[in-house]
Ligand binder design. Structure first.
Ligand code: HT7
Ligand code: ZN
Length: 859
């Protein structure tokens, strides 16, 4: 497959200032007529050929300035039309079959409704068009279809006219006044009902808000609506951004490849990020809805009003919008807990990506299939990079930078360089060297050496950035580190400082310490780096109990556990050292359990042990099963050592009645963590408490946390709860997804047999991405299932990839990176993982999506 390179960018030869689309809707056949007003781009080449992208389309008719033409030709899947003048009207007819579109890109059918997904290159599956984000057009859309089947007809912008047609049909016309690239086009037609509300912007514009769902689901949309209204208000206050249409529609669909899509004025969402009520949605689901609703809404400015010049600039909109949604969620809830969760996601998903065969910079240099670049690197590391600029500038100056960015580039297709320049100019920063963060892949490692002489403490910091594919050598990047040095005697520090390490190595001296201080570094996770510093258990226990930066407190707990588990798995711990390590961890946990100054939300966070993926990252070649077993061993030890306090804690938080306030959410979080540890220490007591919690639950958070624990255990309680859960939520697809995921994610000894049986369950289908991911993605990230010593986990995912690829390549390609980590896994397992990749590579007719990921993983 051809490789697309960033350096080859050329402006388009032809622009399309306007497009009129006419749809005659049908589930099995939709006819599309596209009328493009095209004109030469003075900034483009003088080519007379109009190059229109297509994907599995045949032109049924081509007209230029009203005349049918026959001298068009195909270039692969694309349509080429010769034009002679400066401006023309080009009309093209195509036909598509939405029911047959299992890829869920372009126009497709989901549960009897029609909807579109055009980012990144789906529009070319609807009609021929210069499907690139730097071609901006105003869209006029007319659609007609059966009124019974499609009572609701939606597109971008405002509805300008509706009417009745013949034979029970009706039609609607929509116009979007804001020029946009084709990837932001959307159409939805179906039998939907709405939750309506209104929002008045700060300049007085009254905006109608609708969240469209299938009848019966409307009472589950209030949290999404509240989140939308909060987002609109927050963006005005935090970034000075106001909504710019009189209407904002959100539609929930159950078949969707990703979380949601920010189409102008018509966001399309995976149902899982819209529907929630306490009985069916966990607190984490509620948080997910708030953040995704916010994320898509914020794209209206960071993505839509200012869009990307080309897909290499994806982080321009995604990294920035992730940062915006993170800041929004932090303001809506607990800033400390949000930061911890964001870093946990980064470490679990992005760090492994950055150290594997698919590592790429946040602004990639090349791709074969752009869908493969919607990654944790582009999104989450992208957000971290912009967050560092904010940390260095301070929030107010950063805001001046973003104001300048939006002013300067409103209505344009911009680049990451444009963004950096605007922040540089607006915030008054020198970001010359900082630009390397956009160009280099790999997570910087910062080694910290502490020394002490007289009353001076010196920290020597050294950065190295590991080699990544295509980038053997790296240059030093500026790394802003928030730092505080605690005096051992007073237990306090004299104020936090921001230091910037911008060379390979540098020493920083701090005066006034009679004894070596306790170092708290990278507070708030001010830089997305790995800190390598030898620290005594005593110092870490001190920070875990006393650091006034909540993230640093969490980090100290994590480091204590990481240091211990890594040493234990590496075989480097004597029995005495193991006992000492556990004792220190036990001490830190006991302090967390009994600290009255902690709120339960934070307590729950501090009780979460580092995950196996992150632990595996700490060593060059990992034995994931050994890590998993050692981690489980520590859980069991903590559970029995702290049994009394854990039981008392579980009893206390079980008495807190359900509400959505922070205290009650904290109680549920702590309850879940306490139950996990109790069950690890004493499975019989765990089962007793878990089934009691399950039976008494009046909300999904408690029910799910009880069932999570029961799924790991053998016994009648497990079977009772699983059968009850299935019966109780029959017909609710999102909850049935949980039923599959809970079993696929369990540490039960027979987890692989359970997954195999579940794949044959009548409720299972590969055609729905949520269901396929619930079973198989959960299994692929479950070390107990995926890394089973027999290799059965690898074979299961390999087989899945081969089976799912012809149905939905985009969803399939996301499974490949799990197998692609073989080089970092111990040799026996690595050989089996590699063998699966080779088997996939040998499959004829592999999609471009999967081929790119597999060949890079093998290469
Ligand atoms: N901007 C949206 C990306 C997206 C997408 C990309 C490829 C294939 C399907 C997709 N659905 C949505 C989502 C977002 O980041 O807001
Ligand atoms: Zn996004």
């Amino acid at each position: 497959p051809p490789v697309i390179r960033r350096e080859d960018y050329q402006p388009p030869a032809w622009l399309v200032p306007q497009i009129a689309l006419d749809f005659r809707l049908g589930i099995e056949e939709t006819r599309v007529t596209a009328r493009l007003s095209v004109r030469r781009n003075p900034a483009g080449s003088a080519a007379s050929t109009l190059h229109l992208n297509g994907d599995q389309l045949t032109p049924l008719a081509v007209r230029v300035d009203g005349e049918a033409v026959n001298d068009w030709r195909m270039d692969g899947a694309d349509l080429l039309v010769e034009l002679t003048g400066e401006a023309h009207e080009v009309e093209i007819e195509t036909s598509v079959n939405p029911a047959a579109n299992s890829q869920l890109m372009g126009l497709y059918a989901s549960n009897g409704m029609l909807c579109t997904q055009c980012e990144a290159e789906g529009f070319r599956r609807i009609t021929f068009f210069p499907d690139r984000p730097d071609v901006l057009s105003t869209y006029s859309v007319r659609m007609a279809g059966d009124k019974g089947q499609f009572p609701i007809l939606l597109s971008n912008g405002n509805c300008t006219a509706t009417g009745e047609g013949e034979d029970g049909t009706h039609w609607a016309e929509w116009h979007d006044p804001w020029p946009k690239p084709a990837y932001l086009f959307a159409l939805v037609a179906g039998d939907l009902v709405a939750n309506h509300a209104q929002f008045t912007t700060r300049s007085g514009r009254r905006v109608d808000l609708n969240i469209w769902v299938r009848s019966g689901d409307e009472q589950r949309t209030q949290h999404a609506m509240d989140s939308l209204i909060n987002s609109m208000k927050w963006d005005e206050e935090a970034f000075g951004r106001e909504y710019d249409l009189d209407l904002f529609n959100v539609v929930a669909v159950s078949d969707f490849n990703m979380g949601a899509m920010e189409n102008k004025g018509l966001n399309v969402f995976n149902t899982r990020y819209v529907l929630a009520e306490p009985e069916t949605a966990t607190d984490a689901d509620y948080d997910g809805i708030e953040s995704v609703i916010g994320h898509e809404y914020f794209h209206n400015w960071s993505g839509n009003r200012v869009t990307c010049r080309d897909w290499f600039q994806l982080s321009l909109k995604e990294g920035f919008t992730v940062l915006r949604d993170q800041l929004f969620s932090a303001d809506m809830g607990s800033e400390a807990v949000k930061r911890i969760e964001d870093v946990r996601v980064l470490r679990a998903a992005q760090f492994p990506e950055d150290s594997g065969p698919l590592a790429h910079p946040i602004r990639p240099d090349s791709y074969q299939e752009i869908s493969n670049f919607y990654t944790a690197t582009v999104y989450n590391k992208g957000a971290e990079v912009i967050r560092m600029m904010r940390t260095m500038a301070g929030p107010d100056r950063f805001r001046q930078g973003t104001d300048l960015y939006f002013d300067r580039h409103d209505g344009e297709a911009a680049t990451c360089e444009d963004f950096v320049k605007a922040i540089e100019d607006g915030a008054g920063l020198d970001l010359r060297q900082f630009r390397l963060w956009y160009a280099q892949a790999g997570t910087p490692q910062v080694a910290v050496e502490a020394s002490h002489e007289g009353d001076v403490a010196t920290l020597t910091l050294t950065q190295t950035i590991p080699a990544t594919p295509g980038q053997p050598e790296k240059q030093a990047v500026p790394i802003p580190l928030r730092i505080a040095l605690f005096d051992r005697d007073s237990g306090r520090h004299a104020g936090e400082r921001l230091i910037v390490l911008d060379t390979d190595s540098r020493s920083f001296a701090f005066e006034g310490f009679a004894r070596p201080p306790v170092v708290s570094i990278n507070r708030g996770f001010s830089a997305p780096v790995a800190i390598d510093m030898e620290r005594s258990n005593e110092d870490l226990v001190f920070l875990a109990a006393h650091d006034d930066d909540p993230f640093a407190r969490y980090e100290a707990m994590q480091s204590l556990v990481v240091q211990h588990l890594v040493a234990a798995v590496g075989g480097g711990l004597s029995e005495t050292a193991r006992a000492e390590g556990r004792k220190a961890i036990g001490q830190a946990f006991a302090a967390v359990l009994s600290d009255d100054g902690l709120d339960d939300l934070m307590r729950g966070e501090l009780m979460v042990l580092p995950g196996v993926a992150y632990l595996a990252e700490q060593v060059l070649v990992a034995d994931p099963a050994a890590i998993h077993e050692e981690r489980e061993g520590l859980k069991a030890w903590l559970g029995s050592e702290l049994a009394e306090s854990l039981v008392a804690l579980h009893d206390r938080v079980s008495g807190v009645p359900y509400s959505r306030d922070a205290a009650a959410r904290g109680a549920r979080k702590t309850k879940a963590q306490a139950l996990v540890l109790i069950a690890a220490g004493d499975p019989a007591e765990g089962a007793r408490r878990a089934i009691a919690q399950y039976r008494a639950a009046d909300n999904m958070t408690d029910r799910q946390s009880a069932l999570t624990v029961l799924c790991n255990l053998e016994g009648p309680e497990r079977e009772e709860a699983l059968a009850d859960f299935l019966r109780r939520y029959q017909g609710n697809a999102l909850v049935i997804d949980k039923w599959f995921a809970l079993q696929a994610g369990s540490f039960h000894p027979q987890v692989l047999q359970h997954i195999e049986a579940l794949s044959q369950h009548p409720e299972f289908t590969l055609n729905n991405p949520n269901r396929a991911r619930a079973l198989y993605m959960t299994a692929a990230v479950n070390p107990k299932a995926f890394h089973d010593a027999s290799g059965a986990g690898y074979r299961m995912i390999g087989e899945l990839i081969r089976k799912l690829d012809p149905i939905n390549p985009q969803t399939t390609a996301r499974f490949v990176p799990q197998l692609g980590r073989w080089r970092r896994i111990e040799p026996a397992r690595a050989a089996m993982m590699r063998a699966e990749l080779e088997k996939i590579a040998a499959q004829p007719g592999l999609s471009r999506d999967v081929r790119e990921q597999v060949s890079k993983s093998l290469g």
